[in-house]
Design a protein. Structure first.
Lengths: 251, 251
DNA sequence: ATACATTTTATTGTCTGACATTTAATCTGG
DNA sequence: CCAGATTAAATGTCAGACAATAAAATGTAT
């Protein structure tokens, strides 16, 4: 592990990269203790604050954890699915919010991915998963639910569908796609009529899963995607109309 | 933006969270300049090194960038697809290497996702994308190629297929799945015979894409997945045999 | 000898203050 | 008006200190 003191890059960034590379290469294994901050400072010939900045960078990526006290220190962290999941949701959410991704593109991606795991879900669905889906459908049918709560329930419903595939890697990859869509979905105001329609489509999905009927499930998802896009378009249009009216007034 | 000085959590972690939440909530917008480190230190009532550790955490997640000099400082970073992509690859790779994910599970996830975007790719394929796929197939057919180079070409080929869907969100989500598999794929030793088979299957895929024949493309991908798993299983078996032999000798 | 309380020690967390480096803005002389 | 020198503001880095924590070592009483 070496750094170049003459490089224009931050020393802490270089040190973080050196350690990260060592972890990726397997030179540092899970739960292994790194040298203490002072030792690292000596090794890289920098000050302790600089080493600490490097370690904080790695901690931000969940690559290490630190413990205080005697026999404490920084340890290589076993990256858990939940940690990776949380990071992916944050990243995906910001990515969508900062890059002017159209609703259509995001929606297409989400449903394409969801349909990818649908056949596996249909095959392997568990009673637990079915119960979750039914429970969320029931919740979505209750009046007085806020739009946010409705969307949250929607996410839970779809997560159950995805997790039903029984493939942790797949669940992890899809988590970002499904959850990152939520802020966009929250823009939609769900009328009683549209909620009714969505509940009906969700019921179709749950039925198809229960019947382990993959083609029917795929068809139901396609219908739901189409309906979601329809709703979003009407929202966009009403926004545009309002903007146009405003424009008209000021003119 | 506030922190709790009595919390047991690191101050730098709290500050990072406060700023991160502000970015996610949209209180800090892209390219907006954060207060200087000294000002942040005053605001949170901590020292400058503590603020710096917090900022490095955010920099590690590509949420901010820093610039030196007058009128420099920390700016909210527009998260680019490439940055998010790179992070996802790192995370996914470590996730697989640290969690004893079986080849079958990873492979299933990868091909399920890839098949998800296949219909879109078939519909929207560009001449450029087709050219890339053909070029990589040609490279894969050349003798003297190392296993690593063969795998790298494989990744490029599949990326072309994925990018062909013309959906950046989808490409981003799939990037991790495809690239993270590479270390696992690198374990396989490709015989001349198996390379030939893979090239043939890749040709089927390219032909299906060119013909914009989605069902044919899906079928080709299913065959490739089955063959990939077959190869991996033979590798695992030969490993087990060798281990058994070793065991026998020492006994 | 063992269980419990105390002390020691190693380590991270935080602070203070200073200097180095970089870069944009400002000033100054031609 | 322009080019170069100067200034100022910001991050990058360093050194040394102290606080907080938690494990290990030590002492002590039963």
């Amino acid at each position: 592990m070496r750094i170049d003191p003459d490089s224009t890059v931050d020393l802490s960034a270089q040190i973080a990269k050196a350690i990260r590379d060592a972890i990726i290469a397997g030179d540092l294994i899970v739960d292994q203790r790194l040298p203490s901050e002072s030792e690292l400072a000596d090794h890289f010939d920098v000050s302790r604050p600089t080493v600490r900045e490097a370690l904080k960078r790695l901690a931000a990526q969940s690559l290490i954890r630190t413990q205080r006290g005697a026999s404490g220190g920084a340890f290589v962290n076993r990256l858990r699915f939940e940690d990776a999941y949380a990071q992916q949701v944050t990243t995906s959410t910001l990515l969508l919010s900062m890059n002017a991704v159209s609703f259509d593109v995001a929606c297409e991606a989400r449903y394409a991915l969801e349909r990818a795991c649908a056949p596996l879900s249909a095959e392997r669905r568990t009673p637990d998963q079915l119960a979750t889906m039914r429970a969320e459908i029931h919740r979505q049918g209750q009046p007085g639910l806020t739009d946010e709560a409705f969307c949250a329930s929607d996410v839970t419903f779809h997560r159950a569908l995805v997790d039903g595939a029984g493939n942790k890697v797949l669940s992890y990859q899809l988590a970002g796609a499904v959850e990152a869509m939520q802020p966009l979905m929250n823009m939609i105001t769900f009328t009683a009529r549209s909620r009714e329609e969505i509940v009906a489509l969700h019921t179709d999905i749950a039925n198809a899963v229960e019947a382990q009927d993959a083609p029917k499930l795929d068809a139901a998802l396609i219908k739901l995607e189409a309906y979601t896009r329809l709703l979003a378009h009407s929202v966009v249009k009403s926004h545009e109309n309002r903007a146009a009216e405003k424009e008209h007034k000021t003119a």
